[in-house]
Design a protein around this ligand. Structure first.
Ligand code: MLT
Length: 282
């Protein structure tokens, strides 16, 4: 992991490979380990940058990861601003100051990708929008998240992981890929209560991004697991239908976390899309 000074904190990011920059934004409550198997498959074509988002993994929450009352909260725009700073720093180090990137965001990372697209459209060559949605939380969902944020403690996090996992993976994953479930459990269980509270409060506060889908003016790949219960194939079809230049692929044998459940198909979909839509246009 490399360390980058971003705003008031130090971001830890895995960087690997060679080629155009592909930046990854993980879901909640995960960290950069979510994309590890995918980076192995993409690093021969891209310079992959996979940060632990503010508060998660090795990256500290920082003072700016709190709301004005001092409670942990990171809005989607703050994560997006962090990513913009990180990418500028990396582009400068590579002597490509204005390099455009492909941003791949999964679930909460998808919310962040849309916030990034609103703030820094000139930075984007393409978007990979995975297992996510563009609407805001219902009032019930938002209060559920605030309750989680107000009550979560370290002791409860392993139980939270056990509660979440059945909704995160395809029915066959626990039987056929117990290692994936173990990785997911370890990754969730290792997050801090503050990171979870910050992400949960930030997601509860997010606004509707449907208009951003319509305004995306770069090639966008909409990906999702065949058995994703949180962002169903039908809901992702509807999202793709609102984007001007969308490609749509469903990843077989996966639920909400295809980068772990089926990294071959996930990486193949990105490579095929990139070659068809961006590489030829460059
Ligand atoms: C994620 O994987 O990031 C979460 O499912 C997002 C959410 O809770 O809305």
């Amino acid at each position: 992991m490399k360390k980058f000074l971003v705003d008031d904190t130090e971001y830890y990011a895995r960087t690997d490979g060679d080629g155009p920059i592909m930046l990854f934004a993980h879901g909640f409550p995960f960290d950069s380990r979510l994309f590890e198997p995918v980076v192995e498959r993409l690093k021969s074509r891209f310079f992959c940058v996979v940060p632990d988002l503010r508060g998660f993994g090795m990256t500290k929450l920082g003072a700016n990861g709190h709301n004005p009352n001092g409670f942990p909260r990171v809005k989607m725009g703050r994560y997006a601003d962090d990513l913009a700073i990180l990418v500028s720093e990396i582009a400068c180090q590579r002597r490509e100051k204005n390099a455009k990137i492909v941003l791949c965001g999964l679930s909460m990372g998808g919310y962040i990708a849309l916030a990034f697209a609103r703030r820094r459209p000139e930075r984007l060559a393409g978007v990979v929008f995975c297992d996510s949605n563009a609407t805001q939380d219902s009032p019930e969902k938002a209060s559920e998240r605030r309750l989680l944020a107000d009550t979560i403690t370290s002791l409860q996090i392993p139980a939270l992981a056990d509660e979440m996992i059945p909704n995160l993976v395809a029915p066959e994953t626990p039987v056929k890929q117990p290692d994936v479930v173990a990785t997911l459990r370890e990754m969730i269980a290792s997050q801090s209560p503050d990171a979870i509270a910050a992400g949960a409060r930030g997601m509860a506060k997010r606004s509707d991004s449907t208009e951003t889908l319509r305004q995306l003016d770069v090639p966008t790949l909409v990906l999702g697991g065949e058995f994703d219960k949180l962002s169903t194939p039908a809901s992702l079809d509807a999202i793709a239908a609102q984007i001007r230049d969308a490609s749509r692929v469903t990843i077989p044998r996966s639920g909400h976390v295809p980068p772990l459940e089926n990294p071959d198909a996930f990486a193949d979909a990105i490579l095929k899309w990139y070659d068809a839509k961006i590489n030829l246009a460059e």
